[in-house]
Ligand binder design. Sequence first.
Ligand code: PLP
Length: 355
Amino acid sequence: MKKHNFYAGPSILSEYTIKNTADAVMNFANTGLSILEVSHRSKEFQAVIDEASDLIKELLEIPEGYHVLFLGGGASTQFCMVPFNILKKKAAYLETGTWAVNAIKEAKLFGEVDVVASSKEANFSYIPKDFVIPTDADYFHFTTNNTIFGTEVRKDIDSPVPLVADMSSDIFSRPIDVSKYDVIYAGAQKNLAPAGVTIVIVKEDALGKVERAIPTMLDYRTHIKKGSMFNTPPVLPIYSALQTLKYYKSLGGIKEIEKIDVRKAAKLYEAIDSSKLFVGTAAVEDRSIMNVCFVMKPEYTELEKEFVEFATSQGMVGIKGHRSVGGFRASLYNALPEASVDALIATMKEFEAKH
Ligand SMILES: *Cc1c(COP(=O)(O)O)cnc(C)c1O
């Protein structure tokens, strides 16, 4: 049976990405070698990382003065790497979910942290709106998409200080005004590649302004200077990332992808809102187009397990909600075909008809 992959991360990749990666595992760039066994310093792999960097710059329209890095350690390493490199005295953070909480905890190791607003009291079901970013902060950090709670900030927040964003789960789903940011980072395993590589877009001018000593591996300047080759980069995930980037370009770029993403999410929210059994958990105006969280209405909670079983029998994978929200979560990343959204909606309607 055809599987519909709604996992939150690692998550679905395009067929193009998987097929080309599989081919390169057998024979990479006609070298007669597998991508799994070639030197990262070979000219063939250098061409891969260069092209991936160029495509990210092209797709996101990154201005001059920024570097694209391919690092290990996941988005979670960026929680400390950002303040290590650019927090001089004070930073402002928006607390919108588990990942933001983790980022705040790390930043506190390096200086004063002003948490300008939080939606913790409402289990992170909305994005706080009325907050003031202090003008004396070195930067303002926010999580653009709260993967666990299904809320999203789909804009480049107006701020008196440079922005820093964790875009792990919605990068490449909307155009970004990169010039407003000092650092953008994203673990690749949500919308780009298999786990193992983290994309960092960093503004050159933001660096070199802190007085503390920075360990070599955690200093962005190390990786800028060495073109992400100071140590061995995650070769296979970078190869897969390049395939996804080519695929994104073939779709017509980010603006076209956004249209499809918006349409996919709107359909599913419409089905939830018109349902007798299901209800969304995120504030309507803050709903994520990447991770759609919903639960059974209170009078139907006993049907939760039965719905997961029914959906599984229909080929749905990964729709169980995160334990901090419960219920269901359908992740609609770029690579998820619209037909899978249609299949989920049909499954919901069929289940509803039976009850
Ligand atoms: C998944 C995720 C992370 C954690 O990423 P790792 O690569 O596992 O460290 C951080 N932030 C967001 C928004 C995420 O979705």
